[in-house]
Design a protein around this ligand. Structure first.
Ligand code: M6R
Length: 614
């Protein structure tokens, strides 16, 4: 949530890089945006409600090209509102000391009310309703000639999470950044240094990056980066190379990132699988887990924590681990888990699923599990993310950057990674070589299978046209297709603003069926898994109430195709892979419904990609 950018250069204007950086980070929040620019004449702040494009317009009017060169340092922010409405006053940067200090912040300051009351007593006038503004005033109050020391003093008094960047007229050419609980990355170029909430805002300038750790604070000038702890001990952080380039985060001819990312799935899954299958042993290699067969044999229970789409992937994981490895598996919503005083210990394997690797509740669940002595692994997409680092061991998804707020390729990559983990765990137990071998072969076909679903894009778009005006939809599936029904419903809610609910197919008649009519399409997941015949019975129940049924059916399954009003076709595969091929058809369906309804597909209202608040 919220995106931060900072830029300083020996010779370039900061204006363009800051605005471009904000555009890259806009998926993190888009209620308002702002920049603070410093020159020899002092600091100027420009803020605007709405998207970065509006800020860019404002800057075009206020700052002619001829004037931009004098601003070689600045900070910028795109906001997802927590404290206070999305107004210009609440937009970042926030200023203190008569505008001589400017600050941007991502995170939440939990004790801001007490800090604000204290500052107000001392005569400080607040201009916004945000929690952030207190940090700006505290830094100004502690500034006795050293900006880093002042920021460190201020941050020692703050409870909560933060990623910040600050500049001050009293310290020309200097920027101070710090993090605790909110990500911050520093890109080190030849003549420029870029700071951002994630590397997507940095790769246009450099692929050499430093990931700050929680508790780090850094002074940045065009000459270099000087990192300390809050207690002022210098620390060294390694410079790492980002292994993808700018092309990965551009639309590449697609109308939206969502459809681009849906179509990237064959390649993304090939990357998730690459080097991880062991045909000779009928198993998988997952070296990042650093677990011996003995460690794996000691596991008595698996707990999978996540939120949103990642939680749904974890729910599919339950079926995979129980089926292939005979291990009881509990998927848990991360926030519920962390506050439930969870019963986990050394024989429990807690897996944290997160595309971003920054989701606050999932991170807290990781910390709680580590505290309780459980075996903890992260399954993250973003390399170097906080969950990946704190979990210590895990599996990277390698799905490539996911920009669309609605998660698509991360889900299929998560399920694929879980499947390989279940296969590995199963092979340390009772899963036979023959069964392992069958799965290894089918997993290798996965990119091809997904390509086949994508070939049905136009047919799916036609079906979407028939139902794009519906206000309510139901999604039904059983077994490992139940979480896929939840995911299908989530996708269409998020991007098309259609009210949708996912149910176990058998549950519909226990109440929700009362809502069915010819106006409520039901999407029935009919891939070939045990129980499909029963779901076909549920389809009849829906049709008897006049509800049109859109079936996701296996090619060649004529009985299923005949039972539904419209069919979305998927290729034949084994039960374990059916959630993946099914969900791809649902992603396309949601995308087309959203497109036909004229929705803001990549940045749906009220949402943000990376949920770093509780
Ligand atoms: O980055 P994470 O996977 O931890 O994010 C979890 C959820 O916030 C995320 O999946 C959210 O539900 C997406 N908008 C779903 O499309």
């Amino acid at each position: 949530m919220c995106g931060i950018v900072g830029f300083t250069s020996r010779n370039k204007s900061a204006v363009g890089p800051l605005v471009n950086g904000l555009r890259r980070l806009e998926y993190r929040g888009y209620d308002s945006a702002g920049v603070a620019l410093e020159s020899a004449e002092g600091i100027k702040v420009y803020k605007q409600t709405g998207k970065v494009a509006k800020l860019d317009n404002l800057l075009s009017r206020a700052l002619p090209e001829s004037e931009r060169g004098k601003y070689t340092i600045g900070i910028a922010h795109t906001r997802w509102a927590t404290h206070g409405l999305p107004t210009v006053a609440n937009a970042h940067p926030h200023v203190a000391d008569n505008g001589s200090l400017a600050l941007v912040h991502n995170g939440i300051i939990e004790n801001y009310a007490a800090l604000r009351a204290g500052l107000e007593k001392r005569g400080v006038k607040f201009l916004s309703q945000t929690d952030t503004e207190v940090i700006a005033h505290l830094i100004a109050a502690f500034d006795k000639g050293d900006l880093l020391a002042a920021a460190a003093e201020a941050l020692k008094r703050v409870e909560g999470t933060y990623g910040i960047a600050a500049i001050s007229e009293k310290h020309p050419g200097e920027m101070v950044v710090a993090r605790k609980g909110s990500p911050l990355v520093i890109g080190v170029g030849e003549d420029d240094i870029v700071v951002a909430s994630d590397v997507s805002a940095i790769v246009a300038y450099t692929r050499q990056v430093i990931y700050l750790k929680d508790g780090d604070i850094a002074r940045i000038t065009p000459n270099g980066v000087d990192i300390h702890t809050l207690d002022n001990s210098p620390v060294t952080r390694e410079v790492q190379e980002v292994d993808w380039d700018i092309g990965a985060i551009e639309k590449g001819g697609y109308e939206h990132f969502m459809i681009k990312e849906i179509f990237e799935q064959p390649d993304a899954l090939a990357n998730t699988i690459r080097g991880r299958l062991d045909p000779a042993g009928g198993t998988a290699f997952l070296s990042g887990l650093s677990l011996s067969p003995r460690d794996l044999a000691a596991v008595r229970r698996v707990v999978i924590v996540g939120c949103g789409t990642s939680l749904h992937a974890g729910m599919v994981g339950k079926y995979l681990f129980e089926k292939l490895a005979d291990i009881p598996t509990d998927p848990e919503q991360a926030a519920e888990f962390r506050y439930s005083n969870p019963i986990v210990g050394p024989n429990d394997w807690v897996m944290a699923l997160s595309q971003s690797g920054e989701t606050a509740d999932t991170l807290a669940a990781v910390r709680e599990s580590i505290r309780k002595g459980a075996l903890v692994s992260g399954l993250c997409n973003v390399v170097g993310s906080t969950i990946a680092r704190e979990a210590g061991r895990g599996v990277y998804l390698h799905a490539g950057p996911e920009i669309s707020v609605a998660s698509t390729k991360a889900f299929t990559a998560q399920v694929t990674a879980l499947l390989m983990m279940a296969l590995k765990l199963g092979r340390t137990r009772r899963l036979s070589f023959e069964d392992g071998d069958r799965l290894v072969k089918e997993i290798s076909r996965l990119p091809e299978l997904v390509k086949k679903v994508l070939e049905g894009n136009e047919a799916i778009a036609k079906v979407a046209e028939k139902y794009a005006k519906a206000d309510d939809m139901f999604f039904i599936g059983r077994g490992m297709l139940h979480p896929v029904a939840l995911e299908g419903a989530l996708k269409i809610k998020e991007v098309a603003y259609v009210h949708a609910e996912g149910y176990q197919a058998a549950e519909l008649k226990h109440g929700p069926i009362a809502l069915l009519s010819e106006k409520t399409p039901v999407v029935a997941l009919l891939a070939d898994i045990p129980g499909k015949e029963k779901t076909l019975g549920n389809v009849q129940e829906c049709r008897a109430r006049l509800a049109p049924v859109i079936g996701v059916v296996t090619e060649g399954d004529e009985a299923a195709a005949a039972a539904v009003t419209d069919a979305l076709t998927i290729p034949k595969t084994c039960a374990e892979l059916s959630p993946i091929v099914t969900v791809v058809a649902l992603q396309l369906f949601a995308y087309h419904v959203a497109r036909l309804r004229g929705c803001e597909i990549d940045q749906p209202r009220n949402l943000a990609k990376s949920v770093t608040v509780e």
